[in-house]
Write a protein that binds this ligand. Structure first.
Ligand code: B12
Ligand code: SF4
Length: 656
């Protein structure tokens, strides 16, 4: 650091970045220099426009005229502001800034937190040469980065090594992957489980990359090709049941391509319920069962130390000596959710996600609790269990604020199974959102809340705190079916909750299932009528689907017939996947389409959409939604030819 530097003295400081690719770092820098008068010099872009005190200039890439103009702009700016320090992250934009700073004898610091640490570009090298200090990690930042700090980069200035420098160490390279859905329809949302795992790995010194094959539209072979190119030491794949065949395809393709393949770890619902399906000599080396943070952390520590994995709770692994799958004892549920790091969204292609169920495309998720004490027969709860664990309101509001301020999230999706279960806590969270001005950012409870935990005062406060829509898990309009599903709600509670939410000014969405175990044709009709009679803005009908590990799955395997050829078929929204007693698959498919058609093609719904067409996202979502509905209601997917339940339990063999 320059001799003139005194952190106690209040200084004007110029922070420079290019298009906001370094936005996270720039905001962290501002935080690190809190107490000084910081201002930004950046390119004019969507991301940078949100920065406070920003001087926005046109992009000068390959434009010498703009380069010269920027020299003039910086000169005038610095004459006016007289900065005591210039700190830059982006290389190209920093060149005129640092040149002028040199002329004006202002100390300059170059902070590079990305790949340039190991592979500096030409402009990066020029910056190292120009700047007084060439830091890719900055001691000041330790305070705001927390434990991640010492791993985010390394010191380039070898003559004055920073004592936390880890650049010489061999760090484990990890690629985290979400496979693409190979069939069915699903909206694109960032996989939060991988976000948590990424943060845990970075805390342990790993270099983490993320590949969301789903949002990038990559099939198994292309995903494998990219993994081979990245050449990681370890690949972690998130696996729900329908993703299991695709995940295995990826692993086997990488294994075929590499003489010395990386280690493969599966995590998520499917490895939790059926680890034996994934762990094998030619497949995954490890399966992390249930919550993954602690287990994965201990696994990479053991791998880095070369020690045994035999004691790591929650882990299943391939034992090459006995050629068997070993299952270590289960791990206790995490009791201190506040101790978990926030998911690292900076690794995700955030601008690529989009969901028709949101108002804004740039929406980030949050979970404020884990677990659920209910036992609905269709719901898989192997990951988070029956014990409800709630985060403190302050902790929730802190992460919420972080998502809005650091990433610029335009909407928040609450993914909890039970956001309002403790009503006082939900109210306290809402109060904090209002107090911190976060009520300006719209949010919704996308995974549904229970109708028996939706009193008017909570709903009203949610609305005031920025919530625009609640979804309720209603499932059926027939009490007998609700009882069979062990939902533990009644139809009066449904009506009361929907009315209360509408009265609070919220949009209301209802989740319904058609073709449940024990349901008759009349029951399905009654459910559709019930859904139409409620004052709902959105409905989602799904065909009841038994996932392994649920009571419904046991019922179907015991008393009926699964009609699937592969686990992939369980991602279908349009085709029945089981046959049972009087429940004919053709009737279920017909009623499913009828429900959608009668709700979405009703004049009331169509008229209600007009006022939402006046924004670009609103218009786009409605056009895409209409196309999707046409596909689902007119075509639908034909029911699979069917195989025996026993055969269907195994995923398809590798398709090469
Ligand atoms: C949000 C959500 C979605 C979103 C986004 C999914 C996504 N890409 O992340 C959408 C709407 C797209 C969706 C779609 C589907 N979903 Co969904 N979804 C959820 C929900 C509500 C929250 C998921 C979440 O983010 N949780 C928070 C994160 C932190 O938890 P997590 O992902 O489980 O991750 C933890 C562990 O599993 C583990 N882990 C996860 N991945 C990895 C990877 C590694 C390497 C390691 C070590 C550990 C690890 O560590 C994480 C931290 O503890 C859950 C219910 C729930 N309570 O979890 C259902 C749930 C995951 N969905 C489910 C289902 C069935 C589906 C669909 C099949 C529905 C359909 N008919 O198409 C599709 C399949 C989509 C897919 N990617 O495979 C089931 C899964 C059952 C099963 N056996 O697979 C669940 C559990 C609902 C339920 N209770 O039955 N879903
Ligand atoms: S459906 Fe909802 S209430 Fe029922 S067990 Fe699952 S998370 Fe709990």
């Amino acid at each position: 650091m320059s001799a003139a530097w005194d952190p106690e003295r209040r200084l004007p400081i110029c922070l420079t970045c290019s298009h906001g690719g370094h936005l996270t770092e720039m905001l962290l820098l501002a935080e690190a220099f809190a107490g000084h008068d910081t201002f930004y010099f950046t390119y004019d872009a969507d991301t940078t426009r949100r920065l406070p005190n920003a001087h926005l200039v046109p992009n000068m890439a390959r434009n010498p005229v703009e380069f010269l103009k920027n020299l003039g702009r910086v000169w005038r700016l610095f004459r006016e502001k007289r900065p005591g320090l210039v700190v830059s992250t982006g290389a190209e934009i920093a060149i005129p800034v640092v040149l002028v700073a040199k002329l004006m004898r202002i100390p300059t610091v170059y902070v590079e937190c990305g790949a340039q640490a190991t592979h500096p570009s030409v402009t990066g090298r020029l910056m190292y040469w120009l700047a007084d200090q060439f830091l890719v990690q900055w001691p000041e930042l330790l305070r705001v980065y927390g434990p991640r700090a010492s791993f985010r980069g390394s010191l380039i200035d070898m003559d004055a090594p920073f004592r936390e420098d880890r650049s010489a160490e061999r760090r484990m390279r990890v690629t985290l992957v979400q496979p693409a859905h190979q069939s069915g329809f699903s909206s694109d949302q960032p996989p939060m489980g991988l976000g948590y795992i990424a943060s845990v790995l970075q805390q342990r010194g790993c270099v983490v990359r993320l590949l969301d094959a789903n949002v990038e539209g990559l099939d198994a072979l292309d995903t494998a090709r990219l993994i081979v190119q990245q050449d990681p030491d370890l690949v972690g794949i998130t696996v729900t049941t329908p993703l299991a065949p695709g995940a295995l395809d990826i692993v086997r393709a990488v294994r075929r391509a590499r003489e010395k393949p990386p280690l493969f770890v599966a995590g998520g619902p499917h490895p939790t319920v059926l680890p034996d399906e994934l762990v094998a000599r030619d497949a995954f080396d490890y399966a992390v069962r249930a919550e993954g943070e602690e287990t994965m952390g201990e696994l990479v520590e053991a791998l880095q130390a070369g020690s045994s994995v035999g004691d790591i709770e929650g882990l299943s692994w391939w034992d090459g000596v006995t050629e068997t799958v070993r299952h270590n004892p289960a791990r206790e549920l995490c009791q201190d959710l506040a101790a978990l790091p926030y998911p690292d969204w900076s690794l995700f292609p955030l601008r690529r996600y989009s969901s028709l169920a949101r108002r804004n495309d740039f929406c980030l998720p949050i979970t404020t609790s884990r677990g659920c004490p209910y036992q609905c027969t269709f719901c898989y709860k192997g990951v988070y269990g029956n014990q409800l664990r709630m985060r403190e309101p302050e902790d929730v509001a802190d992460e919420w604020q972080f998502l809005v301020e650091r990433y610029g999230a335009q909407e928040i999706a609450v993914l909890d199974d039970n956001f309002t279960m403790w009503e006082d806590r939900a109210e306290a969270i809402c109060e904090l959102l209002i107090a911190r001005g976060l009520d300006r950012v719209p949010w919704s409870t996308t995974n549904g809340i229970r109708v028996d935990h939706a009193p008017p005062r909570v709903l009203e406060l949610m609305k005031r705190a920025g919530c625009y829509r609640v979804y309720f898990g209603i499932e059926s309009g027939v009490q007998r079916v609700l009882d069979l599903l062990e939902k533990r709600i009644d139809l009066d509670q449904v009506r009361a909750a929907v009315d209360a939410a509408k009265a609070a000014g919220l949009e209301v969405g209802g989740y319904f299932m058609i073709g449940n175990v024990g349901e008759s044709l009349e029951d399905m009709d009654a459910t559709i009528r019930f859904a139409l009679d409620l004052d709902l803005d959105i409905v989602q009908f799904t065909i009841a689907t038994p996932y392994p590990g649920t009571k419904m799955y046991e019922q179907v395997v015991r008393d009926g017939e699964l009609l699937i050829d592969s686990w992939e078929d369980l991602a279908s929204y349009g085709a029945p996947v089981f046959k049972m007693a009087d429940l004919a698959p053709e009737d279920v498919a017909r009623k499913y389409r009828e429900g959608l058609r009668r709700f979405y093609f009703s004049p009331r719904f169509i008229v209600s959409q007009f006022r939402q067409m006046f924004t670009w996202t609103g218009f786009k979502h409605r056009v895409l939604g209409a196309l999707l509905l046409l596909k689902m209601t007119l075509g639908g997917r034909r029911a699979p030819a069917g195989g025996k339940a026993g055969e269907a339990r195994r995923p398809k063999p590798d398709r090469g």
